[in-house]
Design a protein around this ligand. Structure first.
Ligand SMILES: [Zn+2]
Length: 472
């Protein structure tokens, strides 16, 4: 498999450190509100990757953190803790807020058919591990105490900037203003923050405080997956400073490479523009459900664009996703009922499988994979129109569609869905009227039924054995 590695800025052959096993860490949600569908795009890319690796026979050990402390408003060392701000607004305890939104996060990922990670560690339950890492950095002289807080000394980690390009030199030359005077260097970042106003506080050897957001990811990744992991994913906004700081802390502590492959997922746009809470144009899973769209369609839409390109969310696009899924469902329905001549599908199936697998294997090229699915369906539809596709064929086809869906996870294989059953019966009814019209030489009405059905995407073909219909 080829993956674009943000660290080396090129596509590289992905071979895991351990044969047959992949370790993957994903920056998870900060549980102070409902995640937006943009956050879910990022989690869905991780799911797509996990499913593809499993499809290829790998055992994937995936960890996604739950941030329930320390994520400040501006992703750096200033601003209020996002969780505490929400708690203050709602007059609740910070952890009450955290558990509430963590639960709804788990409900959402289930609805989106995301395979759960092996572990979802919470930051507040790993405070001692974080203190240990900070102590190690203090002992090594890489971190220092100032005003009760502990900072990472960037001058002690010359490789800082290797992921994002923001080297210490460039930062100093740039115009970013730092307000904390106690730091040795203005761009040193906080590992442990001393702030008596913070609601959540823990005892540490150097005094009370709470951990910085970057610290938790380093600590939990090392704890659950080891000092060097295969893949780390996150939204593109996580690249700097978050991931850059994760690398600095981890590599300074262990002396080993922290992550082999970094994957960054581009933003989800809304109507061509930025999606943000301040603009009031963020959508949550509940918003999409309330508008009557299926979450299968949302999943389909969110995975349908390549992760290294922005994806533009509009309700028209979601509508189009619903239509694409209806096409697949109609196809499955048609296949189940097909009982015609047998056709040799081996080559067709092998080609489709190969194209699907090779596309995803090329840095998760989802368009290519979806094209393989729809091409296959089109070819089968042609065979159906030619009076082919036996009961045995339909089994082969369904097996392949299930294989595709083990990665896409958008299809419904429940048999005899009530409404679809009725639709099929209605088409059969119209066909029987049409043959009566034909028998009485009422060509006008017979053609009208054929043309009207065609407008609905239902194609009729008259054969010596009767009329066959197919959906395109
Ligand atoms: Zn993280």
């Amino acid at each position: 498999m080829l993956l674009y590695n943000s660290l080396t800025k090129r596509k590289e052959e992905f071979i895991p450190l351990q044969k047959g096993k992949v370790t993957m860490y994903n920056c998870g949600p900060t549980v102070y509100g409902q995640p937006s569908i943009g956050n879910y795009r990022s989690f869905l890319v991780a799911d797509l990757l996990k499913r593809y690796l499993q499809y290829q026979g790998y055992q994937v050990n995936q960890v996604m953190n739950i941030t329930d402390v320390g994520h400040l408003e501006n992703d750096s060392d200033t601003g209020e803790d996002k969780l505490e701000k929400k708690a203050r607004q709602e007059k609740k305890e910070p952890l009450e807020i955290a558990r509430l939104y963590e639960e709804s996060f788990h409900r959402d990922i289930k609805k989106l058919n995301i395979i759960p990670a092996e572990v979802y560690p919470r930051a507040t339950e790993h405070i001692q591990d974080m203190i240990d890492l900070v102590q190690l950095l203090l002992d090594k002289g890489i971190a220092y105490e100032a005003g009760g807080s502990i900072y990472f000394d960037l001058t002690r980690f010359p490789e800082y900037g290797k992921l994002s390009g923001n080297t210490l030199e460039d930062l100093i030359a740039g115009k970013r203003v730092e307000i904390k005077k106690e730091k040795r260097n203005p761009f040193d970042f906080a590992l442990w923050i001393h702030n008596p106003d913070h609601l959540m506080q823990w005892e540490a050897p150097w005094g009370k405080g709470y951990p910085g957001w970057h610290l938790e990811c380093s600590v939990m990744s090392i704890k659950y997956l080891g000092e060097t992991i295969d893949i780390h994913t996150g939204g593109e906004d996580n690249k700097f400073p978050h991931h850059e700081c994760e690398i600095a802390q981890s590599e300074a502590a262990t002396g080993k490479q922290f992550v082999r492959f970094w994957l960054h997922i581009k933003h989800l746009l809304v109507n061509g523009g930025k999606m943000s809470k301040s603009l009031g144009n963020t959508y949550t899973i509940a918003d999409i459900e309330a508008k009557g769209f299926s979450l299968r369609a949302l999943r389909y839409f969110l995975i349908s664009g390549h992760y290294r390109q922005n994806l533009n969310f509009t309700f028209d696009a979601l509508e189009a996703a619903e239509k694409a899924l209806a096409k697949i469902q109609n196809f499955l329905e048609l296949i189940r009922k097909s009982d015609n001549q047998h056709a040799d599908l081996n080559e067709l199936i092998e080609q489709a499988k190969e194209k699907f697998r090779d596309s995803l294997g090329d840095d998760l090229n989802i368009s290519g994979a979806l094209a393989a699915v729809f091409d296959f369906m089109r070819k089968i539809n042609t065979l159906i129109s030619d009076g082919k596709i036996s009961r045995k064929n339909s089994e082969e086809i369904i097996t392949l569609m299930r294989k595709f869906d083990s990665i896409l996870a958008v299809m419904d294989f429940t048999e005899e869905r009530e409404t679809k059953g009725v639709e099929t019966e209605l088409i059969q009814l119209l066909l029987s009227y049409r043959s009566e019209f034909k028998a009485s030489k009422n060509w006008q009405m017979a053609d009208r039924i054929r043309d009207d059905l065609k407008k609905m995407g239902i194609h009729l073909k008259d054969t010596p054995d009767g009329t066959i219909w197919s959906i395109e």
